[in-house]
Ligand binder design. Structure first.
Ligand SMILES: Nc1ncnc2c1ncn2[C@@H]1O[C@H](COP(=O)(O)OP(=O)(O)O)[C@@H](O)[C@H]1O
Ligand SMILES: N[C@@H](CCC(=O)OP(=O)(O)O)C(=O)O
Length: 377
C-alpha cells in the first residue's frame, strides 16, 4: 500500500467531458467527491479512517470546455483558436470546480503556470509560495497551463509533464494521472489481447510496449506518450506515479492497487533545474571550447567568458540557452547572465581583464553553476 501525505492529481480532458462535447458536470462532481473525501475536511465529514491528504489538482479541460460556447464542433488545430477556447473554457472549468468543492465547504485557488517561466528563479519561488500558501490555508489549488499566453515554442500543450513538474515543485509524495484508460497497456488498449501493465520499475519494463497517442475522445493531447514521459520525469525525481482511470481515483488516493504503478527510479533533484531541463525552450546557444566543456560537465563549475567561442540566437539575460561543445552537441542548458549582443566582445577574455576594462559588472559568469543542468550521461 502506497502511503502519501501530499498528492498531485492530474485529470485529463477526456475524463471531464461528455461524449457530445462540453464539460460533464456529473464527472466533475464525481471526481470532486473523491478528492474532497481524501482531503481533511471531507475526511472529517465522512468519518473515514483514511488519513487526510493535501491535494493539488492539475486539471486539463479548458479548451474542451470552451468549444461549445464558441460554436466549435471539435478541438481546433491552430493555436489562436485553441487559446480563445481555453480563455472561455478556463473560467467555466474553475467555476464548475468552485461550485463542486463548495458542496464540501472547500475553497479552490486557480494557478495558471507557464512552463517556461517556472524555470526562472523568481517565478519558480513565487509559484511554490502560492501553492504552499493555498495548502496551508486548506484550499485546493487547481493548476493548468496558462494556455492563453503560452506561445507555440514554449507550450507544453498536454498537462502530463506539467503535472510531473508540479509534483516536484510542491514536493509531493505521489503523482496520480487520471485518464479515460485504466492504466498503461502493452499495446492499443482498444485491441483484443492488449494487457494492462501493473508495475513499471524502470525503462527496461517498457521495452516492446506500444505507447500510442491520444484516445478516441478526441479532446486529449498527448496520449500515452506524454503520460509515460511524465512518469519518467517524476519517478526520476523520486516521486512514484499511479496511472489509472478517473473512476478508480478513490483507490489511487487511498493507496490501493489500481492501474499502473511506476516505481521511483531516482532521488529528488535540485528544484528548479528539473524545470530548466524539461520545461524551458532555449532561446539560443553558446559554444564552449574543450576546456570549458570539461569544466562544466565534469567539474560542474560555472561557465566563464574565457571558455566561450561562439554565440547564436537573440536571447536576453535570464533566458535559457543551450551549451554546445565544438561539434555542436548539447552538453548542458543554463540561464545566461548576458544579452546575446553583449557577449561577442567578451569571448575568450578573462573575467579579471573584463572587470578592469569594462567595470565590475562584467566580472560575472556567462552561466552560473546553480543555473545550469548538465545534459550528457
Ligand atoms: N499503450 C497504451 N496504453 C494505454 N492507453 C494508450 C496506449 N497507447 C495509446 N493510448 C491511448 O491514450 C489515451 C489517453 O490519452 P489522452 O487521450 O491524451 O487522455 P487525457 O485527456 O486523459 O490526457 C487512451 O484513451 C488510449 O486510447
Ligand atoms: N491546458 C489544456 C490541456 C490540453 C489537454 O488536452 O491536455 P490532456 O487532456 O491532459 O491531454 C486545457 O486545459 O485544455
Amino acid at each position: 500500500m502506497l502511503r502519501a501525505r501530499r498528492i498531485v492529481v492530474k485529470v485529463g480532458s477526456s475524463s471531464l467531458t461528455t461524449a457530445a462535447g462540453g464539460l460533464d458536470a456529473d464527472r466533475v462532481d464525481a471526481l470532486v467527491d473523491v478528492l474532497a473525501r481524501a482531503h481533511e475536511h471531507g475526511h472529517r465529514a465522512q468519518g473515514s479512517e483514511e488519513e487526510p491528504v493535501e491535494i493539488v489538482l492539475v486539471s486539463s479541460g479548458a479548451i474542451a470546455a470552451g468549444l461549445a460556447p464558441l460554436g466549435l464542433e471539435k478541438r481546433p488545430t491552430d493555436l489562436a483558436r485553441q487559446q480563445a477556447a481555453a480563455s472561455v473554457g478556463q473560467g467555466l472549468l474553475v467555476a464548475r470546480y468552485t461550485a463542486s468543492f463548495a458542496r464540501y465547504g472547500l475553497r479552490v485557488g486557480q494557478v495558471l503556470l507557464t512552463a517556461d517561466d517556472a524555470s526562472r528563479r523568481a517565478h519558480y519561488r513565487n509559484a511554490y509560495r502560492t501553492l504552499e500558501q493555498l495548502l496551508v490555508m486548506g484550499a485546493v489549488p487547481i493548476v493548468n497551463e496558462n494556455d492563453t499566453v503560452a506561445t507555440a515554442e514554449i507550450r507544453f500543450g498536454d498537462n502530463d509533464r506539467l503535472a510531473a513538474l508540479v509534483a516536484h515543485l510542491v514536493r509531493a509524495d505521489l503523482l496520480v494521472l487520471l485518464s479515460d484508460v485504466d492504466g498503461l497497456y502493452d499495446g492499443d488498449p482498444g485491441k483484443p489481447g492488449s494487457r494492462r501493465i501493473a508495475e513499471v520499475h524502470g525503462p527496461q519494463d517498457l521495452d516492446g510496449v506500444e505507447i500510442g497517442s491520444a484516445g478516441k475522445a478526441g479532446v486529449g493531447t498527448g496520449g500515452m506518450v506524454t503520460k509515460v514521459e511524465a512518469a519518467r520525469i517524476a519517478t526520476g525525481a523520486g516521486i512514484p506515479v499511479v496511472l489509472t482511470a478517473a473512476r478508480h481515483a478513490a483507490d489511487a488516493l487511498a493507496g490501493r492497487d489500481t492501474g499502473t504503478l511506476f516505481h521511483r527510479t531516482g532521488r529528488r533533484a535540485a528544484d528548479r533545474l528539473l524545470w530548466l531541463e524539461h520545461a524551458s525552450s532555449p532561446r539560443g546557444s553558446v559554444t564552449l571550447d574543450a576546456g570549458a566543456v570539461a569544466a562544466v560537465v565534469e567539474r560542474r563549475t560555472s561557465l566563464l567568458p574565457a571558455g566561450v567561442t561562439g554565440v547564436e540566437g537573440d536571447f536576453t539575460a535570464g533566458d535559457p540557452v543551450d551549451l554546445l561543445d565544438e561539434n555542436g552537441h548539447i552538453v548542458a542548458r543554463g540561464l545566461v547572465n548576458f544579452d546575446a549582443r553583449e557577449l561577442p566582445r567578451l569571448l575568450g577574455r578573462s573575467t579579471r581583464d573584463l572587470a578592469r576594462e569594462l567595470g565590475a559588472a562584467y566580472e560575472r559568469e556567462v552561466v552560473h553553476r546553480d543555473d545550469l543542468v548538465v545534459l550528457t550521461g
